[in-house]
Design a protein around this ligand. Sequence first.
Ligand code: CA
Length: 531
Amino acid sequence: MITTKTPVLIRMHDQDNVAVVGNDGGLPAGTEVAPGLTLREGVPQSHKVALVDLAAGDVVRRYNVVIGYAKEALPAGSWVNENRLRLPDAPSLADLPMATAPKPDWAPLAGYTFEGFRNPDGSVGTRNILAISTTVQCVSGVVDFAVKRIKETLLPRYPNVDDVVGIEHTYGCGVAIDAPGAEVPIRTLRHISQNPNFGGEVMVVSLGCEKLQPERLMPPGSIPLTVGTSAAAQPKDNESPWGVLDVVCLQDQQHVGFASMIEHILRQAEQHLKRLNVRQRETVPASELVVGMQCGGSDAFSGITANPVLGFASDLLVRAGATVMFSEVTEVRDGIAQLTARAATPAVAQALINEMDWYDQYLARGGADRSANTTPGNKRGGLSNIVEKAMGSISKSGSAPISGVLSPGARLNGQRGLVYAATPASDFICGTLQLAAGMNVHIFTTGRGTPYGLAACPVIKVATRSDLARRWHDLMDVNAGEIADGKQTIESMGWAMFELLLDVASGRRRTWAEQWQLHNSLALFNPAPVT
Ligand code: CA
């Protein structure tokens, strides 16, 4: 553990003219942090110190990137914080390097496996969950009631099924459903119902009069045609035929009273539970992992410890043939030139630019820009602005070529390797959109701390600092702060993360969020108007 007795400054690049205080609790004024460098004022943990005398207007460089310009003279030893920096303009989307970075010469990583649930469409689930989709918020109370009743009365009879989850949301009515942008929330809901952890079983609860009619949510062809991998696994009794949408409509004439609705939902749910229950975990290659990476409640340690660990693990996953998604448009916007250079092809680079451009316009329509991203907690954690935050966030993506780009709410369609799934940075919206893309395991890094979890998918939470990991010892699954403490390296923790992913995917290990059943609500991204 780093104590205040041993001053620690963390510098990311030898061109940087600031470094970050590593000590828990920060360092007081007068501390000699390096030979000839004394703090002119107290500097909190994870905040920046000027290493040289900076004049007003001078560039401030971290990660060898200009993160801002000094608003005033900042002599060496000064605290460099958000009030003393001017934000650079967003980089232009013109004349970017297109797929120019050399491709890494990596040996494939063979022989790694996990125990997963193979689905009829070839995807693999890490959990075996019955999802009940909904067309509209109006039905949520009824679905909540039904899910509770299913868990109490039906689920104990189907021990191979892990859970029952209502896919509830605020969309479906009172929205401009034909407006440009409405396709984003609609396809998000459709694709979530097809998430690998739901085993290809789709059932929908509808109100009846809503704008998002069941056939619009799940048009013909979006329901899996075959379920089960053997004849023995085929359903018996009078179950719904394959490929036909299973809808319980609350306004249907057949329903007289609330009990009738609940009984109908339970009857239909049981058909799906029967089929899910015959599924068994089988050994599958690590290439079947679809890992969604995200950060939230970030601090200046995010880019020093946890996110580089994810980057290392991401490269291992790519070498193993798996799929890794990174997201959060406003947190990569300032690094767009790095990303377009790393694109596998010029077409992928152009797709990245198109997503940035769409999001710039989306923010501008709302009278905002990327600078609206940073939070009070980010700033307390030493992140002065969105440029500095973005440089830490991007390090999650490691060094693999970017092989594909997904628009918000789109689903993976054969892409493998490192994929950029364009989403807002909002934790719940990003997680929701990564579920729609087909994520089967989620990794989430945090410096300030968040108890974030999802009902549909295991979430591995990684603390960026040991202080957070100690205080939240029963919420954080991994302590990447051990890197700053000198106990681990990015490489050793990256390998441990890769192994942990296989264990969590196999169900051998439950995350803290699973253990406590901490689930955030799904949050749709709806760029279209409400009425
Ligand atoms: Ca986030």
